[in-house]
Design a protein around this ligand. Structure first.
Ligand code: GRF
Length: 200
């Protein structure tokens, strides 16, 4: 299966996906890393790993449609079958999601539907929850709202800071995302309404 990973920053999840694939957790060709930020560390990771990267800045286009159309062109060129959003800081348009319906995954650093948005870890700390976690989900037209594939809880200790909690969350992410990709590739995810049934 040909995968594209979309990033905007560090790309530690991108790295975890590459590592899991290399270890043989799933059979895939990580063909492309799409990035909207030329300074992102994920670009360096792609270079080091010999993965083609496609960096594209929104400001170079007059509309979001044109920006996405150029990305779609690249995805088609590479015959991408699965898109994994990994710290990609843009919301995909409904048109984009429709084109790749059921073939876009995202990872979020909280137990959705709690703490949607870009500050899931800080928001959980600020709210004072005792448990937060990680969610891998299918992407739909709305932000952080698609059907949940996997979730795992992470305890928030009284001594936790945003940084220490982020560290715990990231280590769960790096295990959970590859596992969700494995299930997708194996055809084990069955969508029933907005529920995801995991087949044995
Ligand atoms: C992760 O916490 C992920 O859940 C969120 O953005 C962060 C990306 O981190 N969507 P990285 O770039 O993969 O290190």
């Amino acid at each position: 299966m040909k995968i594209a990973v979309f990033c905007s920053g560090n790309g530690s999840n991108f790295q975890a996906i590459i590592d899991a694939c290399r270890k043989g957790l799933f059979k895939a060709d990580i063909s492309l890393m799409v990035c909207d930020n030329p300074n992102a560390f994920s670009v360096k990771r792609a270079e080091k790993e010999g993965i083609k990267s496609f960096t594209i800045e929104r400001k170079a286009f007059s509309s979001a449609e044109e920006f996405e159309a150029r990305i779609i062109e690249e995805l088609k060129k590479e015959r991408i079958e699965l898109i994994c959003l990994a710290g990609y800081m843009r919301i995909l348009s409904a048109g984009f999601v429709e084109k790749y319906k059921g073939r876009i995954l995202n990872i979020h650093p909280a137990l959705l539907p709690s703490f949607k948005g870009t500050h899931g870890i800080k928001d959980a700390i600020d709210h004072g929850v005792k448990t937060t976690g990680v969610t891998v989900h299918f992407v739909d037209e709305e932000m952080d709202s698609g059907p949940v594939i996997l979730q795992e809880a992470v305890k928030v200790e009284e001594t936790d800071t945003e940084a220490s909690l982020a560290e715990k969350i990231h280590s769960v992410e790096h295990r959970l995302y590859p596992e969700a990709i494995r299930l997708f590739i194996k055809g084990k995810l069955k969508l029933i309404g907005r529920r995801v049934k995991i087949l044995p």
